[in-house]
Write a protein that binds this ligand. Sequence first.
Ligand code: MCN
Ligand code: CUM
Length: 806
Amino acid sequence: MNDQTPTSVERATKLKGLGHSRKRVEDVRFTQGKGNYVDDIKMPGMLFGDFVRSPYAHARIKSINIDAAMALPGVVAVLTAKDLEPLGLHWMPTLAGDKQMVLADGKVLFQGQEVAFVVADDRYINADAIDLVEVEYEELPVVTDPFKALEPDAPVLREDLAGQTSGAHGARKHHNHIFLWEVGDEAATDEVMADADVVAEETVYYHRTHPCPLETCGCVASMDKVNGKLTLWGTFQAPHVVRTVASLLSGIEEHNIRVVSPDIGGGFGNKVGVYPGYVCSIVASIVTGRPVKWIEDRMDNLMATAFARDYWMKGKISATKDGKITGLHCQVTADHGAFDACADPTKFPAGFMSICTGSYDIPVAYLGVDGVYTNKAPGGVSYRCSFRVTEAAYFIERMIEVLAIKLGMDAAELRAKNFIKKDQFPYQSALGWEYDSGDYHTAWEKALKAVDYDALRVEQAERVEAFKRGETRKLLGIGLSHFTEIVGAGPVKNCDILGMGMFDSCEIRIHPTGSAIARLGTISQGQGHATTFAQILASEIGISADSITIEEGDTDTAPYGLGTYGSRSTPVAGAAAAMAGRKIRAKAQMTAAYLLEVHDGDLEWDVDRFIVKGAPEQFKTMTEIAYASYNQAIPGLEPGLEAVSYYDPPNMTYPFGAYICVMEIDVDTGTHEVRRFYALDDCGTRINPMIIEGQVHGGATEAYAIAMGQELAYDEIGNVKTGTLMDFFLPTSWETPTYETDFTETPSPHHPIGAKGVGESPNVGGVPAFSNAVHDAFRPFGLKQSHMPHDQWRIWKIANDLGLHS
Ligand code: MCN
Ligand code: CUM
């Protein structure tokens, strides 16, 4: 080798593989306005569909008169449940094993429910026609409180289920009850609680909110009757699942359905579910023979598509006098709205809520979740949540604080005392999970040191004294959070959606000149997959990430996969990418051996080439091997260089993190200021540190929104009080705090490259950090629990209730 030959390190740098803060390749088109979103799709003869929606939360429909609407020039069709009924499409199955009205059948069950679908030449005609559809309603009593919904004389919401004593998840104990899901050992937990030195009890409410992606949900359906082919472009987080569902519902064979997710302007879980708009657009396109577009407006999106949270969590936590936790009991009343349309793996009707023992070594625990129908929109689970992990983390991180108060102990110390220790991994939790890896003490100590925790506590104590002396009206809160996530659904043995196992896939094709295209079963909604999946492959196959195109979201070309949500892309499809890459390398090794005239066992991999062991000057680069794969007859090997991997992960991955929020609170105005927000994430092997940082900034900002003001609020008669961005708090750069990010790196032992997910972590860990900061500020004055969101009024109210205004 001469001095000009690049070293392994130099060659590795050029690949822009794992660990490289590679710039996002997709941003070239996004920052230049050249993205291709669903609403950018325009087809000749395209019609527009839009809904007549119910103004009432609960009402019987006495009649629907479409005559005036149909008479309006430009209106092509008005669909009602009666039109869909002969097709068996007036109701559709939900992802949770329930069914949901596509168009109101006999009655409406939430405000904004889809009543009729107007199809017209343009959106303006649509809007006029919607006003002309006459619907006669008879109001019925409304239930928006899940506890009231379970009272004996509560109105029957789901008349279609009358007399059914069991549903998709077992027995129903009341006409508005959906299921009771139980995990753990209640008798043993009760026993521990009865004998415990200390038991802290609290009801923790995680309010209803909404992911509110900048791009609302929508689709374009186009039925080509000549070729019998249906194409559906849409905002889908799981395109293959949509294709399978569309095939089952319509009877059109799957190879004749093409589902495409083009660029998606944020998903956050909102685009996992199947919505009436998709079904109606398909039907309208089949009926009219023309393409039909449906795009929600902001109010439609907030009122009618997948909400998040709405969990009432009644908790008990027991401990010894010196703070060793002995047991945890959690009883949840879960408000699922009018239809159970939560997106969870089938066997987990309350998602992964059973991760609620958090980061702590808790010997015995019980979780019971009652799902309840109310007159609110269906959906659920969504919003950077990993299937209810947000609720679980908020619950345990509040319970720890409540226990610390009861014990008179420092909350940071209480956490450290109870963390699962490094040598306990793989750790079997009391509620049935096997945590793959973790090092919580190291992360926690790093976090406490970074913010100088002890000094903050001193400052806080001084502040309280100064407040009492009347020298300041501001309090200081220190919000702690140590979360454990569970992402990467999931092992096919226990995770499926509608019967489809939750594996994922990657197919890679190397071109003769040494560039490549890889297709995956996932779909980016802003996470940067085109950038990061190429990095995984670059490190595996020695081709620069810049020479690897990543394609997702077109079911005609992508291998079958279950899509992107629950931070599953890295743990599942990322693993599939690594495995497909290894298949490529295995074949490449045989090719290289032939070319170098050695036994393949005499070769070793070196960044982007195979070298002869002990003779590194003899090598074949991947580019040379790729060329040979297509241009040379190699005995015993087929031409070409392609591989596909369908990856079924052996376990979930368990990312974790330590977040600390320092907050100033003005007691008189209820305003707050985030002075500092420190976020340490451990997502195992880091693929792209810059993208991880971006994910943390975004997720933490959504956490900030949720904790400090964002809410889907309803009044007693079921009106959505926060249906526009005037009332629904979406932070802008003005409100958004500054974040300090940090990391530790504890690889997953079972993932091919040791990576865990990260997209949902900052929301999971962020909400308790912000909320605990508010609580912590008032702890010296006796506050134990106060419900989110901590908006200005609610903070003022806490201060007022504690007598701090007198
Ligand atoms: N990553 C990494 N190293 C790791 C883990 C992840 O570099 N060890 C990178 C990944 O390569 C990917 C990103 O971080 O580019 C997120 O990866 P992952 O945690 O696997 O999550 P998914 O790609 O499956 O994305 C889903 C997750 C979810 S469920 C929600 S909700 C959410 C989130 O991502 N929605 C988002 N982040 C979002 N970010 C944007 N911009 N838009 C959304 O809609
Ligand atoms: Cu739960 S929101 Mo993400 O899983 O799409």
